[in-house]
Write a protein that binds this ligand. Structure first.
Ligand SMILES: Cc1cc2nc3c(=O)[nH]c(=O)nc-3n(C[C@H](O)[C@H](O)[C@H](O)COP(=O)(O)OP(=O)(O)OC[C@H]3O[C@@H](n4cnc5c(N)ncnc54)[C@H](O)[C@@H]3O)c2cc1C
Ligand code: SF4
Ligand code: SF4
Length: 430
């Protein structure tokens, strides 16, 4: 690795990680709670967190009107779940890219945006040499550099900390590959950021945790956790592991060692996140409704243009749906309520789990129905955990569409904020 100084004295020190991929030294994170260190608090004006944080008082409806031109349409029921969209697709990049989390649509979009000159840089993350799982925010300015960013990392990356270095470098047209809690502040502040173009390619996100905690989880999954290079929670109810020696393992969800994880394995932020589908992105690239392929949610005209950049490289088809979600969702809700703030308990005997694990991909909700189920589970989880741990915040942080997603399920009613047990209560400071 070499160290280079960026163009102006005021520009933070840049470190070239790979050709065309640089990171910058950032200030310390301001102590805020809840916070996923999106990077805004490390900028010269950390007070902007109060106005732009997803965890304070988000206003999704106003931003959806600004960015997509309209709010969610009640006559299109899937918009309640997935946010404003023009089209959804089941999609696959051809050929799929080595090292990508799925087929590599996300980083191929970054390459195409740079190749075509539509943007000058892409804000995203890569791993470190010491720890490929630890996300490090980077500015990619060379299309060839995007390949170093492929794959999923677990943990928080102060992506928005690179906004000021990007401006100091004189960049005007940028794209960001962002998780939902990074997308919200990007959109909330877009007018004052001063870019001529800011495209957002979003991925859905759920159940993130710190990189340290994630390593503990890998240790429970396998005897050689240091050789695990890939992990994915697939829509067919299996976790897939890939190892540095080329081995693969598939573990049914029901056989995961969830009950061995500490109650706070997933921080409150990620248990109560309100935007699983990344509703403010121009294009969301996920997998939940993809039935083994990827899932694209084209939200606005720019999202359609981004898809167009991939041309014939992208195989697109209409998403499909099968199975019924209400039973599994209610079961998840009951489990989450029983766990009372900890990890969901499992009442199923061990011998039955492999059998049910094998059956789930065939009888459980699939395609769009699986994605709807996951969105409803997440909405329930958000409400249950906020009511338990931060009841005052539940009143300001939860957009209207979230409770609507679970209005037909049995969930214990909210209690008086003062009733929250002291050890569960979270400060409403932010
Ligand atoms: C913590 C986490 C949870 C996720 N949960 C879901 C889910 O429940 N359902 C779903 O459909 N999709 C989820 N995704 C997205 C999914 O894993 C894939 O990233 C997505 O489908 C794109 O695949 P791809 O092959 O196109 O990506 P690739 O071409 O491999 O590119 C992946 C991009 O994601 C960026 N990235 C990786 N890790 C992080 C991180 N920690 N923070 C910020 N950016 C990162 C990379 O830098 C890269 O730009 C999650 C992603 C993350 C990081
Ligand atoms: S905007 Fe929110 S998540 Fe980002 S740094 Fe500030 S408090 Fe943390
Ligand atoms: S689950 Fe939500 S809060 Fe946690 S990292 Fe993902 S988007 Fe951010």
């Amino acid at each position: 690795m070499t160290t280079a100084t960026a163009h102006a004295a005021a520009t933070p020190r840049a470190e070239i990680l790979y050709p065309g991929v640089q990171t910058f030294s950032l200030g310390p994170a301001a102590h805020r709670h809840p916070c996923t260190d999106c990077g805004l608090s490390r900028t010269s004006d950390p007070h902007r967190c109060g106005q732009a944080c997803q965890f304070v008082k988000p206003d999704y409806e106003t931003l959806e009107r600004q960015i997509h031109g309209r709010p969610r349409d009640p006559d299109r029921p899937d918009e309640l779940h997935f946010g404003v969209f023009r089209q959804m697709y089941q999609a696959w990049l051809q050929p799929p890219r080595v090292g990508a989390q799925w087929s590599g649509i996300t980083t191929r979009l970054a390459e195409r945006l740079l190749e075509s000159g539509e943007v000058e840089a892409v804000l995203t993350v890569t791993g470190t040499e010491d720890d490929p799982w630890r996300p490090v925010p980077v500015l990619v300015t060379d299309p060839a550099g995007a390949a170093y960013c492929r794959g999923m990392r677990m943990g928080y990356a102060p992506l928005l900390g690179l906004l000021e270095p990007a401006r100091a470098l004189g960049l005007k047209r940028v794209a960001a590959i962002a998780l939902p809690c990074q997308t919200y502040p990007l959109r909330a502040l877009s007018d004052e950021l001063g870019f001529d173009r800011l495209d957002i390619i979003g991925t859905p996100c759920s159940d993130n945790t710190t990189t340290e905690r994630f390593h503990d989880f890998l240790g429970l999954l396998d005897d050689t956790p240091e050789s695990i290079r890939y992990l994915e929670f697939r829509a067919d109810y299996h976790v897939e592991l890939r190892f540095s020696d080329g081995r693969k393992r598939e573990i049914p969800f029901l056989q995961l060692p969830i009950s061995q994880l500490p109650a706070d394995f997933f921080p409150l932020t990620c248990r109560t996140c309100v935007d699983y589908p990344n509703a403010l992105a121009d294009l969301t690239v996920g997998y939940m409704a993809g039935r083994g392929e990827q899932w694209l949610i084209e939200r606005n005209e720019r999202g359609a243009e981004l898809i167009g950049l991939l041309g014939e490289e992208l195989r697109l088809r209409a998403p499909t749906s099968a199975g019924k979600r209400s039973g599994p969702v209610q079961g998840f809700i009951d489990n989450t309520q029983r766990a009372a703030g900890g990890m969901p308990t499992r009442s199923m005997p061990n011998w039955l789990r492999p059998i049910v694990g094998r059956l789930m991909p065939y009888v459980g909700p699939r395609g769009l129905e699986f994605a709807r189920a996951r969105l409803e589970m997440k909405a329930a989880e958000t409400l249950i955990h906020l009511r338990q741990s931060a009841p005052r915040r539940a009143k300001t942080m939860v957009p209207e569409h979230v409770p609507k997603l679970v209005q037909n399920y049995r969930i214990a009613p909210p209690r008086d904020p003062e009733d929250a047990p002291a050890h569960h209560r979270e400060s409403d400071r932010s």
